[in-house]
Design a protein around this ligand. Structure first.
Ligand code: AMP
Length: 495
């Protein structure tokens, strides 16, 4: 789910929070429970496990057989859904929940999911992970035919399309709506008598189905099933619509069958390492990316240092493959609050190391191999290389366990525009100089596929979408129109 607030800040800072920190906007997480007396409490726990997919806001909608209940809050799940009062108000045995990124501030509350609408069949709530690549176009069409959009979220078009459908059965309305949308979606929806889960025709974003005490659970990742003690049953397949009612589970296939193309970046960065996607442990694959990177570009060095937390599994693999010892040469402070992220420019200029500190004892006088999973703008790498030299490193070799990100993502990651992507504007040598490292190497695209366990050239191997590295986008980019960026200016007119 993306949103467009049409403001200068959103346009200028696109891809980054307004707080001046280095975080990119992230993805979203969805969770659903059908048929459990503790539906809301389980959903809060599931969302907590999916917190890494979006930290700006969270929401839960439940249905108790008579009424829908909704709590949507800005901030972390644990800070908002931890008291019995909130959970107690979310009555019912059916619940869906959503974690999101967003810019913050009161106006953003209108975009916090699950989105809810009363339509002529009753209530309908939906949570969305992904991003629709024709939402702006649909939104303009809907507005010109009289629709009013309270939110500025791409997801809202789904509610409008569903509401306008003339089909009688809810599942047919839902299918009619999703046939009109393009892009990436893992959806969990709730009505008066059913839960619907769906993945886009190529399954770009993950979604799994689990079971707990006879209840059906949906979650973006298996780590959320583990959190509530649910058993993993299977993934919701690409192009599948799963409908759960009191009579059981039905699977619908409204799209022509196509091979799945899940996003490779889930393995590289997004998913939690303890999740299993496509039958493969994310942790094992990240470690393997480190192994592969060491095979491709091992420097002479004394110690492997991960940039925590994202570089840790690859650094372990790199160390195992290269025989160079692994050390925690950087300590990450996990408790940076907003207050510290917004310090005065004066304080920032002092170079306060808010997030990472050097563990000087393992750095001083050593040739360091720094490992991270990805380079987006290059800010993190540049800062950490400097940190290593300040701590007395004699050489710093930067190794990245994914290929250079040369193209923006339009499927829910919100990487910055091309002009802000370091690798879209510099070759490897220029990036090395920018970072100030002694050497720099990235894992090859081939290496990524090998790490996932396939030879990319094998036509029988499962495919992924790797558009960030190759520019090969797997769906139509209707709104982007080849400009390389979504048309925010259009929304500035209509919002
Ligand atoms: P940058 O500093 O802009 O080069 O960003 C790279 C750092 O951000 C790496 O440490 C990655 O682990 C992390 N990263 C990569 N993609 C994302 C994302 N979409 N959201 C948040 N962090 C990310």
């Amino acid at each position: 789910m993306a949103h467009y607030d049409g403001t200068d800040a959103a346009v200028g800072d696109f891809g980054y929070s307004k707080f001046g920190d280095d975080r990119l906007r992230e993805e979203c997480g969805v969770f659903g429970v059908f048929g459990h007396p503790d539906a809301a409490a389980l959903t809060a726990l599931g969302l907590h496990a999916l917190q890494h997919r979006g930290q700006e806001a969270a929401g839960i909608v439940t249905y108790d057989g008579q009424q829908f209940h909704s709590e949507r809050r800005l901030g972390l799940v644990g800070d908002n859904f931890n008291d019995a009062g909130v959970i107690g108000r979310l009555k019912g045995s059916m619940a869906i929940g959503h974690n999101r990124y967003s810019t913050t501030g009161e106006p953003a509350l209108k975009n916090v999911q699950p989105l809810y609408a009363d339509i002529d069949t009753g209530g309908f709530a939906v949570g969305h992970n992904g991003n629709l690549t024709n939402a702006l176009t649909l939104r303009r069409e809907l507005i010109s035919s009289g629709a009013i959009f309270p939110s500025t979220s791409d997801t809202e078009v789904i509610l409008h399309l569903l509401s306008r459908s003339k089909k009688r059965r809810m599942v047919d309305r839902f299918v009619e709506a999703i046939r009109q949308i393009e892009g990436a979606y893992a959806l969990v929806a709730l009505t008066n008598d059913m839960m619907i889960a769906a993945r886009d025709p190529i399954g770009i974003r993950p979604l799994v189905l689990g079971r707990l005490d006879g209840a059906t659970i949906f979650a973006s990742e298996t780590c959320a099933l583990d959190m509530v003690g649910a058993e993993f049953v299977r993934e919701v397949e690409n192009g599948e619509v799963v409908v759960v009612t009191k009579d059981g589970i039905e699977s619908h296939r409204p799209f022509p069958r196509r091979p799945a193309r899940p996003c490779i970046f889930e393995y590289i960065y997004f998913a939690r390492p303890d999740s299993v996607i496509g039958g493969r442990s994310v942790y094992d694959i990240r470690k393997q990316m480190g192994v592969q990177l060491a095979i491709e570009s091992k420097p002479d060095a004394d110690v492997i240092v991960p940039i925590p937390d994202s570089g840790v599994p690859a650094a372990i693999g790199f160390s195992q493959q290269s025989g160079i010892p692994f050390e925690l040469g950087i300590i990450r402070n996990h408790y940076i609050g907003r207050t510290f992220i917004e310090p005065e420019q004066r304080i920032r200029a002092l170079g306060v190391k808010l997030k990472h500190s050097a563990n000087a004892g393992v750095i001083r006088g050593k040739r360091i191999v720094l490992i991270d999973d990805s380079v987006v703008r290059g800010t993190t790498s540049k800062k950490i290389v400097e940190l290593m030299y300040d701590a007395g490193a004699s050489e710093v070799h930067m190794r990245i366990s994914s290929p250079p990100i040369t193209h923006p993502d339009y499927y829910g990651i919100d990487t910055p525009r091309k002009k802000d992507l370091l690798a879209a504007n510099m070759d490897i040598e220029a990036m090395r100089q920018f970072m100030g490292a002694d050497s720099l190497a990235f894992l090859s695209v081939d290496g990524i596929y090998r790490s996932v366990g396939f030879d990319q050239r094998d036509p029988r191997a499962p495919q992924f979408t790797d558009h960030c590295f190759t520019g090969e986008y797997p769906t139509e980019l209707v709104d982007q129109n080849g400009t390389g960026f979504r048309q925010l200016s259009l929304l500035a007119e209509v919002v």
